[in-house]
Every structure is written in C-alpha cells, then in structure tokens.
Design a protein around this ligand. Structure first.
Ligand SMILES: Cc1cc2nc3c(=O)[nH]c(=O)nc-3n(C[C@H](O)[C@H](O)[C@H](O)COP(=O)(O)O)c2cc1C
Length: 241
C-alpha cells in the first residue's frame, strides 16, 4: 500500500486514510527521516563505487563509544560473491531449525541468548525457515539478501569495547546516508547470525575468525518508490518536566 501510486492495493485490513500519511514536500532532514523505509527489491546492478565512498565518508562522522572506531567494515559489491555465501547461510538456518526442535538445544540457546531471543527465533524465524524462504535463491532474488548486489558487514574484534553499540549507530547512519543519495537499504540481522557460526563464511569474506559480526546492510537502487509513509508511534514517551 505504501508503494502503490493509485491506492489500488489493500493489505492486512489497513486503510489508506487511517494508517498512512502523505510525505511532506519539504526537502529537509525530517523529510529524509520520514522517507526512509527498508527496501527489499532492487534493480539488478551493483552500486557505483563513488556512491559507496560517499556513504562511508558519512559514517566516519558517526558518534562512537571510545576514542576511536573499533568497528571494521567489509564492503561486498558483487552479487556473485554474495551468491557464493547464500547456500552456507541457508544451511545454517536449516541447522538452527533442527536445534529449535530439540529441547536440549532450545534450553542452551535460551540460556545463552535469553528468553526474548528464543521467542523471536521460535515465533518469527522458525516459520520462515520452514516455509523455505531462506532456501531459494536466484541471481534476481533471495530471502536473506533480497537479490542485493551490495552488502556491508560491520564487525570488530570480539574483545573490543562498545563495538556492538557503535556498529548499530554506524548502520543507522548508513541507512540515512543511502536515503540521502536516493538509494535503498535494509539492515539484515540474518547475515551476522550465520557468519558468527561459520568460519567458512567468515573466511569467504576475509573477516578475521576472532571478529564478532554485529550487523549488515544490503544496498541498491530501489526497484519501487514509496509514495506514502505508514503511521507509527513510539511505544511510550514519559515526560518529566
Ligand atoms: C537489528 C535489525 C535487524 C534486522 N534484520 C532484518 C533482516 O534480517 N531481514 C529483513 O528483511 N529486515 C531486517 N530488518 C529490518 C526491519 O524489519 C525493519 O527496519 C522494520 O520492519 C521497520 O521497517 P522500515 O525499516 O521499513 O521502517 C532488521 C532491522 C534491524 C534494526
């Protein structure tokens, strides 16, 4: 509904009048924030290097937790290289599905990752794995990297300070920098989860084995344009004056 120019598409009982807003015509930072949405369909070509360089330059201004950045970035600007990794990522998700059906492994994951994570894995991820969403990949599309030709992976030595917080700040900056350039992006949590469990995958992207992969971002030229935004509210705002 957000991409349909003529308002002819309907989904999930949503209403154009109640659930969406028209984008502001201003050309300012708040309009940029309004326009940013995850983009999961791209034109089939890699980004130009100077566009990636502009994004990376933008990231260099991001706040960080220590006196300098510990986070390293691996930029993969090749659909072929991404496709090489997809079968291994898919195998990891098959293995994860088996673990989630095994009571002992489930308890271990719960102890290590917490109750919230196990709930997300079981309620959100497992049904998608079992539908085969992460198994089918063609040059044009896949359920993990969405057919993207460009992928940035954010990682750091596992003992470095505040690298997780810094990585999330960097990736958020990257989504906005991409938006400012008219590019599309989506933060992808599926990639780091697989990479952290596979030395083979890390090696494929020359990521040191003692690095913690925190997050990743797919990027590309958007195939569709968003014509309106979807209304959302922050959960709670507590004012103390
Ligand atoms: C930490 C994190 C991990 C995410 N992982 C994925 C992912 O693996 N696949 C995906 O399609 N989207 C992923 N997303 C994107 C969210 O689904 C998306 O931001 C959210 O639904 C809000 O939609 P919007 O970005 O269009 O506003 C992730 C977002 C965050 C912040």
């Amino acid at each position: 509904m957000a991409v349909c120019n003529t308002k002819s598409v309907f989904a999930n009982g949503l209403k154009y009048e109640e659930d969406f807003f028209e984008f502001s015509k201003e050309d300012d930072f708040f309009s940029l924030l309004e326009h940013r949405r995850s983009v999961r369909r791209f034109k089939p070509k890699a980004l130009a290097k100077d566009e990636i360089d502009k994004i990376l330059h933008g990231l260099s201004h991001a706040p960080h937790g220590d006196s300098h950045h510990h986070v390293e970035l691996t930029v993969i600007n090749s659909r072929e290289k991404i496709m090489e990794a997809l079968p291994l990522m898919s195998q990891f998700y098959d293995k994860l599905a088996k673990w989630l059906h095994n009571p002992f492994m489930r308890t271990m994951i719960k102890l290590k990752k917490g109750k919230d994570t196990i709930n997300t894995l079981q309620n959100h991820l497992l049904p998608r794995i079992e539908k085969g969403i992460y198994k089918e990949f063609t040059y044009e599309y896949d359920g993990i990297t969405r057919g993207a030709h460009s992928l940035i992976i954010f990682h750091a030595h596992k003992n470095s300070e505040e690298h997780k917080e810094d990585s999330y700040i960097l990736v958020t900056y990257a989504t906005l920098a991409a938006q400012a350039l008219g590019l599309g992006s989506t933060i992808i949590g599926l990639v780091p989860a697989a990479l952290n469990k596979s030395n083979e995958l890390k090696s494929m992207f020359n990521i040191p084995l003692d690095h913690d992969v925190v997050v990743s971002l797919i990027l590309g030229y958007p195939k569709y344009k968003y014509h309106r935004g979807i209304k959302r509210k922050l959960k709670n705002i507590h004012w103390i004056n």
